[in-house]
Design a protein around this ligand. Sequence first.
Ligand code: NAD
Length: 476
Amino acid sequence: KMTTPSRAEKICCLGAGYVGGPTMCVIAKKCPECKVTVADPFADKIAQWHDPDHLPIFEPGLAELVRETIGKNLFFTTDLEAAIQEADIIFVAVGTPTKTVGIGSGHAANLCYLESAARMIARVATTPKIIVEKSTVPVRNAETLMRIFTTNPESARLFQVVNNPEFLAEGTAIPDLLRPDRVLIGGQTTPAGHEAVRRLADVYAHWVPRERIITTNLWSSECSKLVANAFLAQRISSINSISELCEATGADVDEVARAIGMDSRIGAKFLKTSVGFGGSCFQKDILNLVYLASSLGLQQVADYWEQVITINQHQKARFTERIVHSMFHTIAGKKIAILGFAFKKDTGDTRETPALDIMYKLLEEGANMAVYDPKVPDELLWDDLTHGPSLAPKNARPLPLRERITHVTDPYQAMEGAHAIIICTEWDEFKTYDYQRIYNGMVKPAFIFDGRNLLDHQRLFDMGFEVHSLGRRPLT
Ligand code: NAD
């Protein structure tokens, strides 16, 4: 049963990214009496949020929501200080990426954006605030925030820190936010802590049934977010490890997934084999968990979870090796079509995308590539290609990116004259192409390496393609 909340909260969010933007749009839509302000220091990004036709991120349903709420009770600004001053509830949804240099480099979360947001709040705020950790953080991070706030005794009394992790998945962010499996709020076990949790719960209760809003202590809540992502990624690595076993034995991984998924203790979701998981969260959060465990001296725990990353790296590497070996051990000078560059369908996000690992390896082998993705902007593609995959050793010499790679807007152009097609992302439109026409325009033998087991392999085989899937033997 929905309950009417007691107050018209003024809400602000620091960070107008994949989490801050969509989350605040949904709050603005569902809480018309609340004023919602999203603040971010990047002026370009804020300008883009003002233009629903060119939002900084692509999410199905997002543009419509922005159009409905912007200027009414949803505002985007670069004026962080004004937004902080005005708000009763401040969400902090800044990035917490893996550190790339220094202590803990390659594992620990970089907490500098979080700290600077906290310091700004401590400096600017003069009225009571509820500070919501929305970013994914190491367990006990709220303690750090509280310490920053207590450096100023005046402000210490003003602030309550609560943790409210975000469980949305990119590509389905809006439906996930509108109908969450659960909302988790962690708070201090003091009267003021309970009150802060209750006020945040009242905001969500505008559209989330009360029984789906669960409350815990701060550390359980912080911990649950890392653990949720670790379990999700672990399922992917588990089925991917089995895909290799299936290829070696003649079992079919999709049949195995179906058979085990019908066991209600296992469940059917997240058992699709692929070329590996990507995205900004799974790898980062597991690395964070591994770092946390190992810095607490819990080496067995750290080693256990590290293996999820190891298998993911292995899956990308072995898929790429299969491509090179199948194409007569050399791809130098051959044109290869890369279908999909986003880390999954229905998003333009490319962070940690497996496509980048694959393309880098193919580039080292001397291939020419044409890339097509329906949503990835040109600038982002080249930026990613210039930086290379995050966990790969950095190349001594710069790779000849612009000479070897073309970014096309027509998928048929990517495949015309190619030796091979590689499916990197599971975009629905890839299933709808005229593969007979494509086959006719390709060099023979025409290879398809389906990194998502997306297409109808028997049909493609019957047309003449040599088809390679994951977790089952090639058709002969
Ligand atoms: P993002 O990079 O898209 O957005 C972060 C934004 O914060 C950027 O626009 C940046 O300019 C801004 N920022 C940095 N410092 C700031 C400051 N001091 N004040 C205000 N804004 C500042 O990142 P994201 O994907 O939205 O992720 C944010 C957090 O949410 C991370 O901790 C992430 O782990 C977590 N998370 C992400 C997802 C997801 O699907 N992307 C899901 C759940 C949780």
